[in-house]
Design a protein. Sequence first.
Length: 94
Amino acid sequence: MKLMVSAKPFTAELKSVLPATVARSGLPMLSGVRLEASGSGVAIEATDLELTARRFVRGDVTIDGAGSVVVPAKALAKAVTAMHVGRVTRDEWR
C-alpha cells in the first residue's frame, strides 16, 4: 500500500480520533489508530472498546493499492506534526 495525503487535513483528522485511544491497556491495539486506504480516501479509526472515532480524509489523497494498518497513535501524531511538509507519503506499511 502506497499512500500520499495532504498533511494538514490528515493531521487534523488524526488528532480528532486520539481521544478514543487508550494510553495504558492490556490490549496494545487499543493504543493505535487504524488507517484504511481505499479508492474513496483514507479512513482513520480508533477505539477504547467503549468509544469509537472514525474520520475520513478525502480530496488531496493518492492511493496506490488499497490496504489497512494499525500504527501507534501518539507516535504517528507526533511524527506527522513534526514533519512540517505539505504532503505525507508512506510506502509499504509493515
